[in-house]
Write a protein that binds this ligand. Sequence first.
Ligand SMILES: Nc1ncnc2c1ncn2[C@@H]1O[C@H](COP(=O)(O)OP(=O)(O)OP(=O)(O)O)[C@@H](O)[C@H]1O
Length: 620
Amino acid sequence: MDAISRTSMGPFFGGDRRKFRRERRPPVDRRKKKGMTQMEKGRQKSENEIFASCSFASLGLHPTLCEQLRERMGFQVPTQVQAKAIPLILSGRHVLVNAATGTGKTITYLAPIIHYLQKHEPRVERSHGTFALVLVPTRELCMQVYEVLQKLLHLFHWIVPGYIMGGENRSKEKARLRKGISVLVATPGRLLDHLKNTSSFLHAKLQWIIFDEADRILELGFGREIEEILDLLGSRRNKFHSKDITATECPRQNILLSATLNEKVNHLAKISLENPVTIGIDDKTLDTNPTTKKFKPVDSDIEDEEEHPNGFLSSSGGDYKLPELLVQRYVKVSCGSRLAVLLSILKNLFEKAASQKIVVFFSTCDSVDFHYSLLSEFQWPPNSPENSSQIVSYKTFRLHGNMQHEDRKTTFQAFKTETSAVLLSTDVAARGLDFPKVRCIIQYDSPGEATEYVHRVGRTARLGERGDSVLFLQPSEMDYLKDLEKHGVSLTEYPLLKVLEAFPLQGKKHPAKKFVSLDMHPWVSFLQKGLESFISAEPSMKKMAKDAFCSWVRAYTAHRGDLKRIFMVKKLHLGHVARNFGLKEQPSLVGKSHQMQMKKRKRDQKQKGLSNKRKVIKKM
Ligand SMILES: Nc1ncnc2c1ncn2[C@@H]1O[C@H](COP(=O)(O)OP(=O)(O)OP(=O)(O)O)[C@@H](O)[C@H]1O
């Protein structure tokens, strides 16, 4: 690999910024600039913070690849993170990248790999096997990275992209691996499976291992698999210089990326990165432990970039970077009114703008299924004062880990291309997925860890776009805002009463005065009654509601650590929780089974070896 000298980093670090700004956008008319709205100014500021003032070519990428980025992908200039990281990755260093969601991290690692592979001598052939491996936490992200890869490789047909992931046909994957895949995108479990069982999987020429959403891979409990993978590939840090490496014949370069690199990545960084450079980790998040070596900037010209000899990160969690034009709100809703408020907010958003995409996050698969059926089927009774029979007129999609593999794939593709739709999902959609033009994220159920909050809201306001997020909290859960604030995330209150005002009943408006409780609001109680009668009249819906209720309470009890103090199951009124699922009362059967579940849970917790992996996977 030929190293790129610092001087070749060119205009990004030097002075020719104006030239590249001109290249990207036509100059703004002065009068127009003067008359810019606050929003337009914010957008322009955000664009300047997202994009760098240089070209892809100036980063050292091959002209044909730059053309591909420009012509096929429509990318005129690199983003800031691309401008900072691409030259370093090209130089062969191990790199740890921390940048906000939607800032273009995928191209950051794919472009340098393709740069080298397209000029590789002798020319890359399928029979050479795999040169680069991209590890991702979910199947959807696997497909997404593969699609970007396919586009980037359009002009380099001899470099073959491929993917392997859970849910796919193993024998077909084996056949593809036997033929040879130059750049392979994989989920960890399936990769390990093939490393152990597919003898024709050739990886002796492997040069790059990328961990996209590194922290999530570990949170899902794949730590042991990752260590095994690194061992099998001879890519553990202490083995880089080992003389007895048989698994590999090439120099290695490993790269870790996420918008939220925290202490969970420490171990992985330590074992997989050799003398890494970190991008985007500011001083606050660097390890201040006096026993660890101080970080030295590699080059004082490079903002945010730190040499990180031991691969350590702070264990404090630190501040998270959120998209510049994201408007974050919380809505305080008493337990029994949550469902009616959710439907009202969705109705209001689509009445204001018929063409938009929204993602709603739930804590469990059963809950997604229930709300999906409800939104798809709910109708007002024939004698209702509401004009239309349906409460919603938008397309609804669902995504979660218990769905059939093919359905997951179809939903993922369909929601991407829709212009007006709602996606109901578990956290399976929280990481890395790039659905274009998502306008609003609603977190109906709490995300738990602040990291997950950051990734969920990161599905909107991508790449300098505007976006909104709404977090549902019950009055007893308001301390969660303090928890988020510790990570530099602050939210303002959503104007709920004003929104509810938009729904007159029989022509009567309800002014935004304070109601004794939200449950007494005429529209909320009208809607709640409508939902309850619909569900009680539909046995299949009722069954789904009960299952969803049950799994929701289970998920609520599963909050970990400090969060248990905020999300206290003891404080829940289960009768009110039942109203969230359109149930008139808490079914006794559910109560019994819940108690059994609680007992079982306590027993399980006592037993050692209950891996996080199972917990999280079940939830997703
Ligand atoms: N230089 C560029 N110019 C314009 N658009 C770009 C550029 N680079 C990437 N994009 C687009 O930006 C969007 C976000 O990119 P990407 O999904 O790689 O972000 P990310 O930082 O990995 O986000 P997340 O942290 O959520 O995974 C994508 O739609 C991608 O096509």
